[in-house]
Design a binder for this molecule. Structure first.
Ligand SMILES: Cc1cc2nc3c(=O)[nH]c(=O)nc-3n(C[C@H](O)[C@H](O)[C@H](O)COP(=O)(O)OP(=O)(O)OC[C@H]3O[C@@H](n4cnc5c(N)ncnc54)[C@H](O)[C@@H]3O)c2cc1C
Length: 449
């Protein structure tokens, strides 16, 4: 009698789902991914994602070595500092970011589209596009059937929900696990880097990550994305031979959204925006940001105004509501599907990658007879519920419309207090060192699962 091999079905081919699929494929575990998008380049995936040492370590474990090298080679230049500024672009504090001494450490800036292309590489036999998951059925023996909008279905021994913040799997499996508005709206756009736009930012901000803390809770993040290739798609001079080979053979190199750009993201509490902001697009959003920042530095406002309207969109920031751990079964969840979080700490994708590495490790233990399937799932969920919801809570503390800075009157005091703290911290070396060290530790500098 032949028995079919253990088979995993993954719903959603985003950051976490594809990283998991790579890990399982490398380990020789049968896996299939069902992705709603019609093609590998569909959707708005153009913004910057910061991959920290935690995320890089997970990717290195999961991807084939050459693909991991391609991921590293296609990242934008590493940011050197984290700078907090006033709305007049005056530096409150400049914290050095540890530079990579190897291919895992350091803060990597990657275009989401680029990461997506890397993750789809070599997975043609694993991913099916245009497969919108609708619901699943779990049989008494544990096997799971997933159903799709086109009338087809797929069967597996384990179903992993990697279908993002609006997860349909979560709504069926854990209907009590809610997602709520963080009461923050963010508007983001890209500005192509030219000699003129480069001059609009102080040099340390251009070479690092800038966080502008303005009045009325208005906040802006500034990222510079300089890639190893030029606007014509040709490789720039001065990059190593191996990198050049990897990039030249990489199918995603020529996507337009990987040209050098400055990415600005402005946010404030929802009550500061017009009621129809989520319906607004392009020029109207840029006009709105200019209207909301009348006292901000002229250079910064010029930069806002130069945002490419086709890259400008609003985001209603959401956050999951932590729930206690549930009974393990043959359905589990990873990434935003279970712990979507505000961008406060910039760890949503990194946490999804950590989940993928942990599920892979536990399923290898099951495959090798060191654990039962349910123990493997339970162990993953025990750890993930702890670190995932901790990240949700920490991120919400940083970015939520309930923070004092967004309130009338006390908002001014809160901003003044924060600036006074940064003024002191910038002048007391031990405080400054501790702040830099805290960023490194939080972003998984020395962690090993
Ligand atoms: C502007 C912005 C900036 C960010 N910056 C950072 C950052 O710097 N660092 C960081 O760590 N995180 C960042 N994040 C968060 C990060 O992008 C997410 O946390 C991460 O992508 C989550 O990965 P995921 O695999 O869980 O979900 P996703 O990457 O969202 O993937 C979900 C996938 O499921 C598919 N899908 C959805 N529904 C269905 C269905 N019914 N059937 C089939 N497929 C379906 C979707 O098409 C998608 O491909 C940022 C997010 C935003 C919006």
């Amino acid at each position: 009698m032949t028995t079919s091999p253990f088979h995993v079905i993954v719903i959603g081919g985003g950051t976490g789902g594809m990283a998991l699929a790579h890990g399982l494929k490398r380990a020789g575990i049968s896996v299939a991914v069902y992705e709603r998008d019609r093609t590998r380049t569909s959707g708005l995936h153009g913004y910057r994602v910061g991959i920290d040492p935690d995320g890089s370590r997970s990717l290195k474990k999961l991807l084939p070595p050459e693909l991991y090298d391609t991921f590293v080679a296609t990242c934008a230049r590493e940011p050197r500092y984290f700078i907090m500024l006033t709305e007049k672009l005056k530096t409150s504090i400049e914290l050095p970011l540890r530079q990579a001494e190897d291919d895992v450490n350091g803060e990597k800036s990657v275009s989401r589209m680029t990461l997506r292309q890397v993750l789809f590489t070599g997975m043609e036999d694993v991913v099916e596009f245009d497969k919108e998951f609708t619901h699943y059925e779990q049989r008494p023996d544990g096997r799971v059937t997933a159903f799709f909008a086109d009338g087809t279905h797929a069967e597996g021994d384990l179903l992993v929900a990697a279908d993002g913040a609006s997860s349909r799997v979560r709504r069926q499996y854990l209907p009590h696990a809610g997602v709520e508005d963080a009461k923050i709206i963010s508007i983001t756009a890209k500005v192509p880097i030219t000699p003129k736009t480069k001059k609009l930012l102080p040099e340390n901000v251009f070479n690092g990550i800038g966080l502008v803390l303005g009045p009325k809770g208005g906040t802006c993040i500034l990222h510079t994305m300089e890639f190893p290739w030029g606007a014509d798609g040709e490789l720039k001079s001065g990059i190593g031979g191996n990198d050049a080979d990897l990039i030249e053979h990489w199918p995603g190199m020529l996507f337009d959204n990987t040209r050098d750009y400055i990415n600005w993201g402005f946010w404030a509490s929802t009550d500061k925006f017009p009621a129809d902001v989520m319906k607004m697009r392009g020029e109207d959003l840029i006009e709105l940001v200019l209207k909301m920042t009348p006292t901000w530095s002229k250079d910064l406002r010029t930069l806002f105004g130069l945002g490419d309207p086709s890259t400008c969109f609003p985001i209603n920031i959401r956050t999951s509501v932590p729930i206690p751990q549930w009974e393990a079964s043959t359905v589990t969840l990873l990434g935003d599907a279970i712990h979507t979080m505000t961008p406060g700490q910039g760890v949503g994708a990194n946490t999804a990658l950590r989940d993928a590495a942990l599920i892979t490790k536990n399923l290898v233990a099951f495959r090798d007879g060191r654990s039962t399937l349910l123990d493997a799932v339970r162990d993953y969920e025990t750890k993930m519920v702890k670190y995932g919801f901790e990240a949700v809570i920490e991120s919400k503390k940083q970015t939520s419309g309930d923070q004092p800075v967004h309130k009338p009157y006390i908002g001014r005091l809160a901003l003044a207090g924060m600036r006074a703290f940064l003024f002191v911290a910038a002048r007391v070396p031990s405080m400054k060192r501790k702040m830099a060290e805290d960023i490194y530790i939080y972003r998984g500098g020395d962690r090993e699962d």
